[in-house]
Design a protein around this ligand. Sequence first.
Ligand code: IPE
Ligand code: IPE
Ligand code: MG
Length: 247
Amino acid sequence: MALLKRKKSKTDISELNIPKHIGIIMDGNGRWAKKRHMPRSAGHNQGGKVFRKIARYCSDIGVKYLTVYAFSTENWKRPQEEIDALMKLFKEYLDEALRDFKDDSIVVRFIGDKSPFDKELQELMIENEEGSKDRDGMVLNIAMNYGSRDEIVRAVKGISENVKNGIIDIDSIDETMVSEYLYTANQPDPDLIIRPSGEYRISNFLLWQCAYSEFVIMNTLWPDFSTDDLDEAIRIFNNRNRRFGGV
Ligand code: IPE
Ligand code: IPE
Ligand code: MG
């Protein structure tokens, strides 16, 4: 039955235009746990499992780039207990689950500033990037300690530094160059950004890159998010009329 269901949704999806780059704001873990009278960390745990399933599914259906928002520059404001649980979960995932992605030839990249994470976590992140960089499948960007304003400030600093050193001429600064100084350098902008849990905001995710992304807000909480929800978001995307400022 489960197999039949998966097959059916795959057939449907194969008739659609699959977005080249999808961004997902994996939100709603805390509310999912609260509804079940469980600690917020239980929601993050379940959210981690869903992340694993959805990433592999995106790779299966031919998505070329998937960017998932796992931890923002603002999430450090949370209670220490929750941060500790999240860091523990990240370590477990990097240690075990990301190995799964090997079968799917997924290239794992982390976007965001790694420096505030502890040494063990930073090393695991680098190991995963190094170990997967020669694969030829979907690029999975995991946004950890990511904030788009911080990303833009870094780009401005990087460009300024090179102007000061005489490497860049001010007149040569253009939109392409700015994009090249972001964490997502050399990647296409997201076509579709999905936010589960019903919040209508971007929360500092891919501010520069989302200039012409299609947004799909879904009420499902991330730990309940299924491949059918992803198919539904792609169906909605297929019904949008993208004009990019034209007619
Ligand atoms: C998203 O779920 C996960 C992270 C931000 C790390 P939340 O923890 O924000 O869940 P809600 O929004 O409180 O339900
Ligand atoms: C955005 O969700 C960040 C992640 C999903 C990692 P938040 O839960 O932090 O966003 P706000 O606080 O609702 O805007
Ligand atoms: Mg949230």
